[in-house]
Design a protein around this ligand. Structure first.
Ligand code: ADP
Ligand code: MG
Length: 367
């Protein structure tokens, strides 16, 4: 934290109001010359939970670190409520940004009590005030009874909540969370995620939550921003990214797909599963037709394409089928509700639900 005396370390107004955090044409490269972020423009609106989604190495952590002020962009600006906090001629130090950060590994101090961990960032307050604020933050995450204990007595989910309390105690206008649930085992994840979301809503802070898991982004985010190799590929609601993916990479991030190569003829693309409309694409264009695994359903002979079942795997709600279809070199895969197909059946007919078919021009492909 800042050791200088001229400024209070943090804004600690009685009530938090979420701020608008804007990234404007952010470029970033490490000394190695490799470009990490390219022309990223993105806004987190006041009070919203924005999920920053992308595969490992896509630049998510770097973007958070730039917002927090622990990394500098090579070009572009960061604005908090229209105020420039980082730009070509401006750099506001982290402790003056009113931005909280929760790290992937929680980063609690093992030798400090839970209360002292949460009090750590409250350097601008008197000892008494800091204690009260820290206790209030701890009770917000339901852990006030652990104030005097040390981090090692807590479960992973509880440690995550202490980290959240520590980040919220100074009442930041923006909270950044870097893969906050990745260290938790899968049984805990659902509960901790739901609790965290409720606490974020209550705090009214604007939140950016980083994840590499599309389902997690859909569960948590009011909106989702998808990064690949440092480029922002698409921003929108879960529905928008799922139903209208900008390209094959986005589609593949949100659903498992069967892929077919084809050419547009008469406004449509022919595949072994049928003919699908290719609106807006040029005649003769090379396209990839993507069919979601959940978009194939068993049907009567006259309505479908013949398929031979090669394997069936029971997954509880659905079963995963591997199928052979004439004219398709690779095996198709389908997710079908359990109980729909009788045991032992080998030959079936399949139809394709039109809303589960996406057609992309080959040049725009990137997966
Ligand atoms: P993500 O959080 O999406 O996994 P990061 O922002 O951590 O991605 O990293 C983006 C890219 O920058 C990766 O290719 C990574 O290897 C590289 N990188 C990260 N940190 C450093 C560093 N300190 N020095 C050099 N390259 C780095
Ligand atoms: Mg990361």
């Amino acid at each position: 934290m800042s050791g200088t005396s001229e400024k209070p370390a943090r804004v600690t107004a009685g009530v938090t109001f979420g701020a608008r955090l804007a990234f404007e044409q952010i470029h970033h490269r490490f000394a190695s010359d490799q470009v990490t972020l390219q022309d990223v423009s993105l806004v987190a609106e006041p009070g919203e939970v924005l999920c920053l989604l992308g595969p490992s190495g896509s630049g998510k952590t770097t973007l958070l670190r730039i917002a927090a002020g622990i990394e500098s962009q090579s070009a572009g600006r960061v604005l908090l409520n229209e105020r420039e906090i980082a730009g070509p001629n401006v750099f506001l130090p982290p402790e003056q940004r009113s931005i909280g950060l929760v790290f992937q590994d929680f980063a609690l101090f093992p030798h400090l009590t839970i209360l002292d961990n949460v009090r750590f960032g409250l350097t601008a307050l008197s000892r008494e005030e800091a204690r009260n604020e820290a206790m209030a933050a701890l009770s917000r995450v339901g852990l006030e009874s652990y104030a005097g204990a040390y981090p090692h007595v807590l479960s992973g989910g509880e440690q995550q909540r202490v980290a959240l309390a520590r980040a919220l105690a100074p009442r930041p206008a923006v909270l950044l969370m870097d893969e906050p649930f990745s260290g938790l085992d899968s049984r805990l994840k659902d509960t901790v995620r739901a609790e965290t979301l409720a606490i974020l809503r209550q705090s009214r802070a604007t939140a950016i939550v980083v994840t590499h898991d599309a389902e997690e982004a859909m569960r948590m985010g009011d909106r989702i921003a998808l990064l690949r190799s440092g480029w922002l590929i698409q921003t929108g609601t879960a529905e928008e990214l799922y139903l209208q993916p900008a390209d094959l990479f986005v589609a593949g991030f949100f659903s498992e797909l069967n892929l077919f190569g084809a050419r547009v003829a008469g406004g449509a693309a022919d595949t072994p599963l049928g003919r699908f409309a290719a609106p807006g694409l040029d005649e003769g264009a090379a396209v990839t037709v993507a069919v979601r695994l959940s978009g194939l359903e068993p049907c009567a002979e006259e309505d479908g394409v013949a398929a031979r079942i090669l394997s069936r795997r029971f997954l509880g709600v659905v079963e995963l089928l591997e199928l052979g279809v004439e004219g398709v070199d690779e095996h198709l895969r389908a997710r079908v509700r359990c109980g729909l197909l009788p045991p032992g059946i080998r030959d079936i007919f399949l139809k394709v639900r039109p809303r589960d078919v996406l057609v992309f021009e080959r040049e725009r492909e990137s997966a």
